[in-house]
Design a protein around this ligand. Structure first.
Ligand SMILES: [Zn+2]
Ligand SMILES: [Zn+2]
Length: 414
């Protein structure tokens, strides 16, 4: 029996936009249908030209709820079943709701520790450590071959134990490891979330006024880090309505901070409240108002607050009379590239004008080059197929044998 055919339709030489096909016996699995990170948010027609949209018996598997892994789902045929973790579906729908869009697809949920049979393939999901909640690696067995898809992962977050356990007891005889290499060729800091927690505690303790922090609402590890640091510094973490919605949605999936906890406050800003009301979610806004504060309140009791900020929130705060001062500090806890965009520059200017101290504390959602090498060698595949990176051509030393593919080039795993 000949083996399956592997085709990386997109992501052999870029970060994100993943679209990978495993085909055989008349069936196809598509691992992720990501939107390229550099594509304008309203751009259409981004499905890779080599992906046949007419082929029958195709299933889509979404590794985690980041746009560069699921953003083109709406452009795939509605007849293709979609598989993901349960929390991944929740977050995909929540994100769509912010843009007042609906996701007209039914999802089938895999369960970690259980295998799902799809045609000739057995899919085994491994929960992993990444800046997205509910991120998975996927082991695909079928037609006499074994493939492990890393999705996006790291080894220094709050769930690093999951990666350690997989490395200590890896699946045997992996033919192909499809692995991300986001941080190859960089020296990005890969501090642990625990190390970030201490840095935030220091910042909170040494700042006489408020500490404003910009982070992604869906980076739940970071929300936990900030909540724990606020608690230890005797401060209250102030989140926006959207983050509160994310916290509530994920409450079913683990013991995570919730908007009604005593050291958490929800700041009810006018434009977000308007967005939720227009969408018919008046009840949610009312519920949050009960545990909420108005932006104006942030001008009082300044020593109490760790305040979430982002460019749009800062505009709302400014309209409500919130002005940073030299007693305040601010921290950009996201990829520094966003800070160079016009929105990020405006945010920086807002804090600079008030004389707030800047102390940016962040760590990557992706594995460091050393951790990528350690992980690949622990899995010890026959072939490593590089994806989700821009430095794979220069950085192959220290890895298992590399099979470099071009986008759309099929590889028969005979
Ligand atoms: Zn990615
Ligand atoms: Zn990701």
């Amino acid at each position: 029996m000949s083996g399956p055919t592997l085709t990386v339709h997109r992501a052999t030489d870029q970060i994100g936009g993943n679209c990978i096909e495993i085909a055989g016996d008349g069936h196809r699995l598509i691992l992720d249908v990501g939107r390229p990170l550099d594509a304008p948010s309203d751009a259409q027609g981004l499905i890779p030209a080599t992906l046949d949209l007419a082929a029958p018996d195709t299933s889509v598997l979404i590794s985690h709820p980041h746009q560069d892994h699921y953003g083109l789902l709406e452009e795939t045929p509605a007849s293709w079943p979609v598989y993901s973790g349960a929390a991944t579906e929740r977050l995909i729908r929540l994100t769509a709701g912010i843009f007042r869009k609906r996701v007209d697809r039914q999802f089938r949920h895999w369960i970690v520790g259980q295998a799902t049979q799809i045609g000739p393939f057995t899919v085994k999901p491994w929960l992993t450590d990444h800046s997205a909640f509910d991120a998975h690696m996927l082991q695909i067995d079928g037609m006499g071959r074994r493939i492990l898809y890393s999705g996006d992962f790291r080894r220094h977050g709050r769930k690093s134990g999951l990666v350690e356990r997989l490395m200590a007891d890896p699946p045997a005889n992996v033919d192909v490891l499809l692995m991300e290499g986001t941080n190859l060729g960089t020296t990005k800091p890969s501090k642990t979330e625990a190390a970030l927690e201490s840095e935030f505690i220091d910042l909170f303790n040494s700042t006489p006024g408020r500490v404003f922090v910009a982070w992604s609402a869906q980076n739940v590890d970071r929300t936990v880090t900030l909540y724990r640091a606020a608690l230890q510094a005797g401060r209250t973490l102030v989140v926006d309505l959207y983050t509160a919605e994310v916290m509530q949605a994920l409450g079913d999936f683990g013991r995570l901070p919730l908007p009604d906890w005593s050291r958490i406050m929800v700041v009810v800003t006018s434009s977000l409240a308007r967005m939720y009301r227009r969408r018919g979610d008046e009840a949610f806004v009312q519920q949050m108002v009960e545990n909420g504060i108005s932006a104006r309140k942030l001008e009082q009791h300044r020593t109490k607050w760790v305040v979430m900020v982002r460019p749009s929130l800062a505009r709302d705060y400014a309209r409500s009379g919130v002005t940073p001062t030299s007693d305040d500090a601010w921290s950009f806890s996201q990829w520094s590239g966003y800070l160079k965009a016009p929105d990020g520059q405006a945010l920086q200017q807002w804090f600079d004008q008030g004389g707030a101290q800047a102390k940016h504390i962040h760590t990557s959602g992706h594995a460091s080059p050393d951790d990528l090498r350690a992980f690949a060698n622990a899995i010890a595949p026959k072939w490593l197929v590089p994806i989700h990176g821009i430095a794979w051509d220069e950085e192959q030393v220290g890895f298992p044998p590399v099979k470099r593919l071009r986008d759309g080039e099929p590889l028969l795993l005979a």
